[in-house]
Design a protein around this ligand. Structure first.
Ligand code: NAD
Length: 446
C-alpha cells in the first residue's frame, strides 16, 4: 500500500485517485476548487462519469479516499504526489503550464523528505525539466520527477484506468522508479503492460498517441468526403480496412470531426512544440485543417437540403463532444450551433448530460433547451445529430416524424440507421454513406 496525494481533482485527478484507492492504496485528493471538494465531501460527483460515484462512495467508506482543499497539507502528508491539473491551450495553442508550475511550487514549499512529483497531466516534452527547475530554485531537499501520462477516455474512464492497455512511466531516478512500481504493482500483478522509459519519451508517448488517433479520424473523414463524390460507402470501406490488423477498426468512424478536452488541444500543442524546435509537423497541420472543415459540414449539409436557414427551426440532438459525458470542451456541436445562429436559424437543443455546461459557459447562445429528445424535435424542420448518445442511435422514427414539422435528418455521427429513417419518410444525410441504395456489406467469418 502506498500513501498517495493527488493535486487537481478534475476528470483525471478524481478518476486516478479513486481507482488507485480501489487498487489498494490510501489516497488524498486535493483541489483549489472549494465547490468541487465540498460536493465530493457531501457524496456528490462534480462530473458525469458512469461507475465513478459507486467507487468513490465505497472507498471513502473504507477510509482509503479523502478530499481536501488544503493542497499544501496534502503534499506534506505523502511521498507520491500526482499532479493532475489542467493544461488548457493558451492563446498561441501551446499547453498553458501555469497550473503545473503552481503545483511544482506548492510541492517544493512542502517538501518534508524525499518525494516524487508525478506528472499525470498531458504536457509537452521538457515539462519535467521545467518542474525540476521550479522545485530546485525553492528547495535543496531531494526529490524526483516522473511522467505518468493518462490515457483514459471520458465516459469509460473507470474501466480504462482499471483495465489499461498499458501504463507508461518515465523516470530517471531509481528511488522514483521503485515507488512507481509499488503504485502500479496491483496492475502489474494482473498482467497489464507497464512501459518504463526515460521522462522525455514518456511525455511524448501521450502526445504521439493522441495525435495518431486524431490522424486516423481525419483520415477516415477525408475518405468519407471522397466516398460521397464517387458513390462508395465509408462504413463498408472502414469495415474492410479495419479487419487489417495493421490498421485496426477503432476510430474509423466518419462524422463531424473530433472534439473534447484532449485531441484538439494535444494536436495543436504538438504542432507548437514542433515549431519551437523548428520542426514542421506537416501531417498534424493537415489533420487539424481537415477537422476544422469537418466540424462545419453538418450545417452545410442542412443548407444543401433546406436552402437558407433563416427563421427555420432546427433541432440539435447532442451537445457533449461524445456520448456518456457532460464535457463540452471543443465539442463540434458548439461550432454547429454558432454556425446555425450565424445563419439566423431558431435552434432548440437537447443533451442527456451537457445542457447545464452549455448554459453556463455559452450564455451568448440564444437557443432553446428542451427537457427531452422528442420535445426538442417538436415543430422542427430539420434534426441535426451531433453526439452519439445511445438513445439518439435508435429513436422511434415514427414518433420523431410525427412531432417534427419537416423531414430533414442529418446524422453528424453516422450513428443512426438511416435506411430505417428513410422508410419512415425522412430526407436523410450522413457522412460518406451511400444512401441511394443499401450498400453491399456482408462479412463471412469462418
Ligand atoms: N479529461 C480527459 O479525458 C483527459 C484524459 C487524459 C489526460 N488528460 C489530461 O489530464 C489533465 C487534467 O485534465 P482534466 O480533464 O482532469 O482537467 P480538469 O479541468 O477537469 O481538472 C483540473 C483540476 O485541477 C484543479 N487545479 C488547478 N490548479 C490547481 C492547483 N494549483 N492546485 C490544486 N488543484 C488545482 C482545478 O480546480 C480542476 O479541478 C490535462 O492535462 C489533460 O490534458 C485529460
Amino acid at each position: 500500500m502506498v500513501n498517495i496525494t493527488i493535486v487537481g481533482t478534475g476528470y483525471v485527478g478524481l478518476v486516478t485517485g479513486t481507482c488507485l484507492a480501489e487498487a489498494g492504496h490510501k489516497v488524498i485528493c486535493s483541489d483549489v476548487s472549494e465547490k468541487k471538494i465540498a460536493m465530493l465531501k457531501a457524496g456528490e460527483i462534480p462530473i458525469y462519469e458512469p461507475g465513478l460515484k459507486e467507487l468513490v462512495e465505497k472507498n471513502v467508506k473504507l477510509g482509503k479516499l479523502s478530499f481536501t482543499t488544503d493542497v499544501a497539507a496534502a503534499v506534506r502528508a505523502n511521498d507520491v504526489v500526482f499532479s493532475a491539473v489542467g493544461t488548457p491551450p493558451d492563446k498561441d495553442h501551446k499547453a498553458d503550464l501555469q497550473f503545473v508550475r503552481a503545483v511544482a511550487k506548492t510541492f517544493a514549499e512542502n517538501l518534508t523528505g524525499f518525494k516524487v512529483f508525478v506528472n499525470k497531466s498531458t504536457v509537452p516534452v521538457g515539462t519535467a525539466d521545467m518542474v525540476s527547475k521550479v522545485i530546485s530554485e525553492i528547495t535543496e531537499k531531494e526529490f524526483a520527477v516522473a511522467s505518468n501520462p493518462e490515457f483514459l477516455r471520458e465516459g469509460c474512464a473507470v474501466e480504462d484506468f482499471m483495465e489499461p492497455d498499458r501504463i507508461v512511466i518515465g523516470t530517471e531516478k531509481e528511488k522514483a522508479r521503485e515507488l512507481m512500481k509499488q503504485v502500479y504493482a496491483p496492475f502489474e500483478k494482473k498482467g497489464y503492460p507497464i512501459v518504463f522509459t526515460d521522462i522525455k519519451s514518456a511525455e511524448l508517448i501521450k502526445y504521439a498517441s493522441n495525435s495518431f488517433i486524431a490522424t486516423k479520424i481525419s483520415f477516415i473523414n477525408e475518405i468519407a468526403n471522397f466516398c460521397e463524390l464517387v458513390g462508395a460507402d465509408v462504413k463498408a470501406v472502414a469495415k474492410g480496412m479495419g479487419y487489417d490488423e495493421r490498421i485496426g477498426s477503432k476510430y474509423l468512424h466518419a462524422g463531424v470531426g473530433y472534439g473534447g478536452s484532449c485531441f484538439p488541444k494535444d494536436v495543436k500543442a504538438l504542432i507548437e512544440s514542433g515549431k519551437e524546435n523548428s520542426f514542421p509537423f506537416r501531417i498534424l497541420e493537415s489533420v487539424e485543417e481537415v477537422n476544422e472543415h469537418q466540424k462545419g459540414l453538418g450545417v452545410d449539409k442542412l443548407k444543401a437540403k433546406l436552402g437558407s436557414l433563416e427563421g427555420k427551426r432546427i433541432a440539435v440532438w447532442g451537445l457533449a463532444f461524445k456520448n456518456k459525458t457532460d464535457d463540452i470542451r471543443e465539442s463540434p456541436a458548439l461550432t454547429a450551433i454558432a454556425r446555425l445562429l450565424e445563419e439566423k436559424a431558431d435552434v432548440v437543443a437537447f443533451d442527456f448530460a451537457a445542457m447545464d455546461n452549455v448554459k453556463e459557459q455559452h450564455p451568448e447562445f440564444s437557443i432553446e433547451y428542451a427537457s427531452e429528445m422528442y420535445e426538442a424535435a417538436k415543430g422542427a424542420e430539420a434534426l441535426l445529430v451531433m453526439t452519439d448518445w445511445q438513445e439518439f442511435r435508435f429513436p422511434d422514427y415514427a414518433k420523431l416524424k410525427e412531432v417534427m414539422s419537416g423531414n430533414v435528418l442529418v446524422d453528424g455521427k453516422n450513428c443512426m440507421d438511416l435506411f430505417e429513417a428513410k422508410e419512415a419518410g425522412f430526407d436523410v444525410q450522413g457522412f460518406g454513406q451511400k444512401l441511394s441504395e443499401k450498400p453491399m456489406l456482408e462479412v463471412i467469418v469462418r
